[in-house]
Design a protein around this ligand. Structure first.
Ligand code: SF4
Length: 447
């Protein structure tokens, strides 16, 4: 048999499966069978692909073809139901992937409600996400769908995880059959990583401390999603799943693999394109390329500063692509009907959260079809900034809204397990918050 382009089935698209079975002299319908098994049933070994003849599976095995499923090495459950997974790949490298039940209320923000939220905001109907009647209606509906909301989901997760909040992987994730879910989810979100570590060096981000290890392949990006779907016993499109590329790494510095992964997630895994958002720190040439992609998730830009001097201090990549270039790319970005660009702004106490900063942001974004997500800094070891008080966050939001810019304060999710925005780093030492102990993970660098 001719060698497949990649030795893992995960990461192959329809054409590659077709080529694989054709070169093996198998009938063409086998391509669909393999695709179903890998992306929908989420098998972890060739042996599990029961629709294929044993002889064909053995031949694939002899040729060094594997499924390429990722392994859940560890998982941490937050008191708010958020689950932070440590997901390991064949070479021993690992990334973090976060599951947020009802995740749209979290700070990552899937962006899927941007149009409606923004409309309600500009019409003066809401000053905060909490007080938005539309958001409240949606939240109510979502909670009805998921039962008792966060508390029950947290308990549910804890029950499955046992008494311990930190659940070492023992292969048990495979005990949950994939396929049609028995539970319905309102607006769950998976936050996935695109690189092991990150080279961008944002000064407020724990991931930056890791430095850059390597890019993830498209297969590894998709494998995170498959592992979490399987562990949570959910399956799109039957279950509504939002996806955000906001975990470790800068997706636009791993552009080809990110684009292929997005296509596989839509075409093979069944996640709706409109439910996917990619966040970039501002890789301007790739923002322009991204606008022309056939399968194109929504765009979020990590802004975090209101002028070049401040942004260069907080995000050194601003030296290369400054605010003028970034905002120009955003203005040129081809938006669909009712689509908005999301700007994320991490508020650092007395650094970028002054009223003057808010007025500068309003000026920068004037006339752009956008919304702003305000995120009060999530604290972490080695991060030398302060979390601003609620009143400063509210004042910042009000200035933006008074200037006609829809602005929302994102609720932190999973802070106690370092799953919140900017906190993703393979955690070594224990940290307690709300009684939740984080266990050490071998191989991770010291904090
Ligand atoms: S915020 Fe994003 S781009 Fe910046 S260092 Fe962290 S992971 Fe990288």
């Amino acid at each position: 048999m001719a060698q497949a382009k990649t030795s893992t089935l995960l990461g192959m698209d329809r054409e590659e499966f077709t080529a694989l079975v054709s070169e093996a002299g198998e009938p063409s319908y086998r391509a669909k069978q393999i695709m179903e098994a890998v992306y929908r049933q989420r098998v972890e070994s060739l042996a599990e692909i029961s629709t294929l003849p044993l002889e064909f599976r053995e031949r694939l095995d002899r040729d060094g073809v594997t499924v390429g499923a990722a392994r859940i090495e560890n998982k941490f459950v937050s008191s708010d139901g958020t689950v932070r997974y440590l997901i390991a790949f064949a070479d021993g490298q690992s990334v973090e992937t976060v599951w947020m039940p009802e995740g749209d209320g979290g700070e990552a923000g899937d962006g899927s409600e941007a149009g409606v939220e923004a409309e309600s905001a500009t019409s003066g109907a809401a000053l905060s996400e909490k007080s938005s009647p539309i958001a409240a209606l949606k939240r109510g509906a979502a909670q009805n769908r998921v039962g008792q909301g966060h508390a029950s989901r947290a308990r549910d997760n804890q029950d499955r995880a046992g008494q311990d909040q930190s659940v070492p992987a023992n292969g048990e994730s495979g005990k949950y059959p994939a396929g049609k879910s028995t539970r319905a989810f309102g607006r769950s979100t998976i936050c996935i990583s695109s690189q092991v570590g990150c080279a961008v060096d944002c000064q407020f981000c724990l991931t930056a401390v890791l430095g850059m290890k390597r890019n993830l392949t498209a297969a590894e990006i998709v494998a995170q999603v498959c592992a979490v779907l399987k562990d949570q016993q959910v399956s799109p499109p039957e279950d509504r799943i939002n996806l955000v590329f906001m975990g470790m790494g800068e997706p636009f510095l791993n552009y080809e693999n990110f684009v292929k992964a997005a296509r596989l997630l839509v075409e093979c895994v069944g996640i709706a394109e409109r439910r996917m958002t990619v966040s970039t720190a501002g890789i301007v040439p790739r923002i322009r390329d991204f606008g022309g992609e056939v399968i194109r998730p929504k765009l979020a830009i990590s802004l975090n500063a209101s002028n070049d001097a401040l942004r260069t201090r907080l995000m050194p990549l601003n030296k290369k692509w400054n605010l003028e270039m970034l905002i120009a790319a955003a203005r040129d970005f081809p938006l669909r009907t009712r689509e908005w660009i999301t700007f994320e702004y991490v508020l650092l106490g007395r650094v970028n959260d002054e009223p003057e900063n808010a007025r500068e942001v309003a000026e920068l974004l004037r006339g752009l079809r956008c919304k702003v997500n305000l995120i009060a800094l999530n604290p972490g070891p080695g991060i030398d900034f302060e979390t601003p008080g609620e009143e400063r966050v509210a004042a910042f939001q009000k200035i933006l809204r008074d200037a006609g810019i829809p602005a929302f304060v994102r609720r932190p999710r999973g802070r106690d397990i370092y799953a919140a925005c900017g906190q993703l780093k393979r955690t070594v030492e224990g940290a307690t918050s709300g009684g939740h102990l984080l266990r050490g993970i071998s191989g991770a660098p010291e904090q």
